[in-house]
Design a protein. Structure first.
Lengths: 568, 177, 322
């Protein structure tokens, strides 16, 4: 079955264009965990490195490192082209722990390095010289825990305002601030900073200036502030300032039990609510070892692919609206209305869902839902063909997006870019193919990949993803098996064994994962959400340089950022 | 200028000869104009199709049967009232602390019944966890969807009072039939 | 007697002036409604339906709302320029309708240099936009104003070159003669390229999409009129729509045969053609994304201007040979 590509080519990218290591071919095993462990032996003590069971924990290699071993290990991993997934902090009362997570694009080989230090000796070296994308992760660890990072280029708070003098994710934390006082203090700090900038400008008669694409802006997709350092119309530097939508989801996770955290991941990225729901529920299911029934897996896949279509339709409209074309926004929203009506039939809500439970669903899919889904697919196909004529082949659109915001493979590795932005650089990494969950491995579908790395390639990749989602839906809908939608043997009380678990899914924006540290009680000890937009937004700093102001809007739109996803 | 400006302007085809450049530009103009005309035809096609707007207050619209509105007690037809036993399971499971419940066993004996049952809709995230843990299945979602008010106090429901009012309205409706 | 004639003349001028102002304002209001309805149907929705039957009174309601708004003048603006800019934006438009050939007997003043008059005043709005952007004391407004000035000034060149080819053919600058030349055949048949260049230049001159970088809502909030609210904003708004109407009127007079049409010639054909062009302009706005500023300039100087010059040369050559 072939689907019309944008220029008539088939969806499978010509293999010889790709770096042979990134072919995604299952038969080529580049390296396995034992090999990596043996190569780490000269750097780390062999007792500290262990190959762990992937199906139980989600990691392939777990290693304990000390602060002076961190840099050599990370350098080794960088040489082997592992990408940085996330850096997590955790507070174990007398000690703190930093977990560095790395993975590969061509095959799944998750390495976690754990650094445990007592609190009064916290001097952790920064790895930003090796992985530039660690910048934000280390700033967040400093912000939330107060862990000092040595040699960080600019260690200041990331999510909380600069005047805060507390570190919220520590275990003994209690908030005792006064909000009015804080607002005044924030204003004072802003004025100081402004005076510093303006005095330097006046002194040296520079012609460059700073513009805030401020928190309130029609096209920053949420409350995101981009501090632009500009010269005329050319951007010299882009500095995203985040934290305006921070809602302390991770702290809320620690304060309740596993069931109580279920609605929250959907609210983090509200455009991919069902998929984030699966991400969290899947983590606990992996930790508890709960199996899913066949019907449940089919339901989850169908609902996830519909959610992916809805999210991409909204991105399509919003991206074009940023570029000035208001019409496709409304066309795509009308298509999205169909999907939201279907979700209202299965879950009861149109945007903020809570459909998945540990071991199954909240309720079964109704026959009306399946009927509407079947009718929806051909309608969307004809609409997508129309939009292609209207938008993708339009000369103005192509001129606006070609060559803008090019992400190279090195940048993708250092910043941990995933999702459509990565597949536009020529790397066919998709969690549904690398770490299959549900029944994705039983369907015939491709991972759309382009090699341009620019905004136009990202656009094309996402449009092709919509076609592939339709393909999966067409295969899944006729084959839904009868049976229970809930696992009758699922436990009623959720108490995973003490340990660390990781599970990830492919959200429309990239790899979304939940890293869970459990201490054997009914409340999670630490939940960290690995959100794709966090890494994707960080990469705007290096790629935004040298463009015009109009291009920054285009880059931001093509990266598909949802700001609460960045701030959690 | 070119060194600092590494953006798309540097992609201007300085590496092509003048003749190639001119042909490229002319081809672009022709193909571009054609794409513009095609785009305009698509919009014209959509212009003459029927608008999809449902003019909400003047035309009826109904949510789905499983729509998640605010939480309320089920009025069981057999007893004509709710069946809450004040076990506090919903209060414990709610992630947003929406419930405040107090109950006691009546002096005459029988099940424990609630004396205070308030629900704060302004913090509810409609996750349905309370409905699922309830042992007597006495909570449900209301199908109301147009709850809007300028006064926050309206969203602090007292379920006992609310159930009474609904029961009276139901009785009045059956009487009027 | 001369005094009597002068009074006669003065009253005539007054009536015409009032008529023109009324016509332009009512037209602008109608255009706003037309744009909203056409854009709504392009986007598969209904547009204004509530105020009046099918929303016909919507613009009047909007005008009432804008008039009743609070007059906000931000603190650090350049007061004189801030207050003058909207008036200066609206005023040239009114003045230009004096030479428009609506019908053989409906031209207010058929000046000998009608065409020159139209395009010289059209450049005045540049000053108004720049005043608005500069006096607002706001980086966004200044950026928008600078872009707009660059755009309008640049696009005047191909615009005027295309008009020049038409005038070369016709041989007179008088508007009525320009229209009378087209009684047998419309100029658009003889000069299709000039028509396209004129339309593109006209759309760019009025800061409309796809050339609406100065008011790019998704980038600079609202460009040079960010700081204006209430009636001042309404003046800018009306000025833009009247400009669109003006460009269409000029195109009709120059290219589409003015008041000529099958059966009965007259002002109805003129208005019909003008509104058809307005519809096309609105249609183009809602179909395409906007161009980036450097692409805009590129398009003007490297593509439109050479084509306009070549067109002029060809016209001259053909006129010499024929």
């Amino acid at each position: 079955m072939s689907f019309p590509g944008l220029t008539g080519e088939s969806n499978q990218i010509k293999l010889k264009e790709l770096d042979p290591r990134f072919r995604g071919d299952d038969n080529i095993v580049i390296m396995n965990a034992e090999e990596i462990k043996s190569e780490l032996n000269p750097i780390l003590h062999p007792e500290n490195v262990a190959v762990s069971d992937y199906s139980k924990t989600g990691f392939h290699i777990e290693a304990t490192v000390s602060p002076d071993q961190i840099l050599p290990v990370v350098r080794f991993l960088r040489k082997k082209e592992f990408f940085l997934e996330q850096i997590t902090g955790a507070d174990f009362k007398e000690t703190f722990q930093l977990s560095y997570q790395f993975n590969r694009f061509d095959q799944t080989l998750r390495v976690i390095l754990r650094l445990k230090q007592p609190w009064n000796e916290y001097q952790v070296p920064s790895i930003t010289s090796i992985y530039a994308g660690a910048n934000w992760f280390e700033r967040e660890v400093f912000d939330m825990y107060g862990i000092q990072i040595k040699n960080h280029p600019h260690l200041k708070r990331l999510l909380l305002p600069e005047f805060c003098n507390f570190h919220p994710l520590r275990k003994g934390f209690k908030f005792e601030g006064d909000s009015v006082q804080d607002v005044n203090r924030a204003w004072e700090l802003e004025q100081e900073a402004e005076q510093k900038i303006s005095s330097t400008v006046l002194e040296s008669h520079r012609r460059d200036y700073f513009v805030n694409m401020g928190p309130q802006h029609p096209s920053t997709h949420g409350v995101l502030r981009l501090l632009l350092h500009m010269d005329g119309e050319i951007i010299l530097e882009v500095d995203p300032v985040i934290g305006y939508a921070h809602r302390a989801d991770e702290k809320m996770g620690e304060n309740g039990n596993y069931l109580q955290f279920t609605p929250y991941p959907s609210r983090v990225d509200y455009l991919a609510g069902m998929i984030y729901n699966w991400g969290y529920v899947g983590t606990v299911e992996r930790a508890l070892g709960i199996e899913l029934t066949e019907r449940c897996k089919y339901i989850r896949v169908i609902v996830s692919e519909l959610q992916r279509l809805a999210s991409h339709l909204l991105w399509y409209g919003a991206f074009l609206m940023d570029l000035g074309n208001f019409t496709p926004f409304l066309y795509c929203f009308q298509d999205r209305e169909e999907i939201l009506d279907m979700f209202e039939l299965c879950d009861g809500s149109r945007l903020t869902y809570n459909y998945f439970r540990f071991g199954g669903q909240e309720r079964d899919l109704s026959p009306e839902f399946l009927d509407r889904a079947r009718k929806f697919i051909p309608m969307l196909k004809s609409h997508l063909k129309d939009y292609e004529q209207l938008v993708a082949k339009n000369i103005i659109f192509r001129k606006r997006t070609e060559g803008v915001g090019v992400i190279t493979k090195d940048l993708a590795i250092e910043y941990g870019v995933t999702g459509g932005a990565l597949r536009a650089c020529g790397i066919p990494y998709d969690v549904r193919k690398s770490e299959p969950y549900g029944i994705y491995d039983q369907f015939q579908w491709d991972v759309p990949t382009k090699t341009g790395g620019d905004a136009y390639s990202r656009f094309q990749v996402r449009v092709q993803e919509m076609w592939q989602s339709l393909r999966i839906l067409e295969q899944a809908l006729p084959k839904i098996p009868e049976g229970p939608y809930n696992n009758p043997q699922a436990p009623k009380r959720f108490k995973p064994n003490a340990g660390e678990y990781y599970f990830c899914v492919e959200s429309p924006r990239g790899q979304m994962g939940i890293y869970l540290i459990s201490d054997g009680t009914e409340n999670p000890y630490r939940i960290k959400m690995r959100t794709p937009c966090y890494n994707n937004l960080e990469v705007i700093s290096p790629i935004g340089k040298g463009h015009l102001l109009a291009d920054v809007v285009c880059i931001l739109g093509s990266l598909d950022i949802v700001v609460p996803d960045v701030d959690r | 200028m070119t060194k600092r400006f590494s953006g798309p302007l540097s992609l201007v085809s300085g590496h092509l000869s003048m003749k190639e450049n001119m042909f490229k530009t002319i081809k672009e103009i022709i193909l571009g104009s054609w794409s513009i005309l095609v785009g305009m035809f698509i919009t014209a096609k959509w212009m003459i199709t029927r608008p999809v707007t449902i003019r909400y207050p003047y035309q009826p619209t109904r949510p789905s049967p499983v729509h998640k509105g605010r939480i309320r007690f089920v009025i069981f037809p057999e007893t004509g009232t709710h069946d809450c036993i004040a076990c506090l399971k919903c209060e414990n499971v709610c992630p947003s602390d929406c419930f405040k419940i107090a109950g006691e066993k009546p002096a005459a004996g029988g099940q424990k019944r609630p004396t205070l049952f308030t629900y704060n809709f302004s913090t509810c995230s409609l996750c349905s966890l309370c409905i699922e843990v309830c042992p007597t299945k006495t909570l449900e979602h209301s199908p109301e969807f147009n709850l809007a008010s300028g006064d926050k106090a309206i969203f602090f429901y007292d379920f006992l009072k609310d159930t009474e009012e609904r029961r009276e309205k139901q009785d009045a409706a059956t009487l009027n039939r | 007697m001369a005094f009597n004639e002068m009074i006669h003349e003065a009253i005539q001028i007054l009536i015409w002036a009032v008529g023109v102002i009324a016509f332009v304002t009512v037209n602008a209001l109608a255009l706003v409604y037309v744009e909203r309805k056409v854009s709504a149907h392009i986007q598969r929705r209904l547009g204004p339906m509530h105020v009046g039957p099918h929303g016909l009174l919507q613009t009047i309601a909007d005008a009432v709302k804008l008039v009743s708004k609070e007059q906000i003048i931000p603190k650090n603006v350049d007061k004189f320029l801030f207050l003058i800019a909207p008036i200066l934006a609206f005023f040239p438009v009114l003045v230009l309708f004096v030479v428009m050939p609506f019908a053989p007997n409906l031209i207010v003043r058929d000046l000998n240099i009608g065409v020159l008059y139209v395009f010289s005043f059209a450049s005045m709005e540049v000053i108004a936009i720049f005043m608005a952007g500069w006096s607002s004391n706001n980086k966004y407004s200044l950026l928008g104003a600078m872009r707009s000035v660059a755009q309008v000034i640049s696009y005047e060149v191909p615009l005027l070159l295309s008009v020049l080819s038409v005038i070369l053919m016709i041989g007179s600058l008088k508007m009525s003669e320009v229209v009378q030349y087209q009684d047998k055949i419309w100029v658009i048949v003889l000069q299709p390229i000039a028509f396209i260049i004129f339309m593109l230049g006209g759309i760019a001159d009025t800061n409309r999409a796809p050339f609406d970088i100065p008011e790019a809502e998704s980038e600079l909030v609202a460009g040079f009129h960010t700081e204006y609210s209430g009636m001042r904003f309404a003046l800018f708004f009306l000025a833009e729509y009247s400009n669109v109407f003006l460009v269409s009127c000029a195109a009709t007079a120059l290219f589409l045969g003015g008041w000529y049409g099958p059966f009965v010639n007259g002002v109805h054909w003129f208005l019909l053609k003008v509104y058809a062009l307005v519809f096309v302009i609105v249609w183009i706005r809602w179909t395409f994304p906007r161009l980036r500023p450097d692409q805009l300039m590129n398009f003007c100087w490297k593509i439109l201007t050479p084509i306009a010059i070549i067109n002029l040369l060809i016209t001259g050559l053909v006129l010499k040979l024929v």
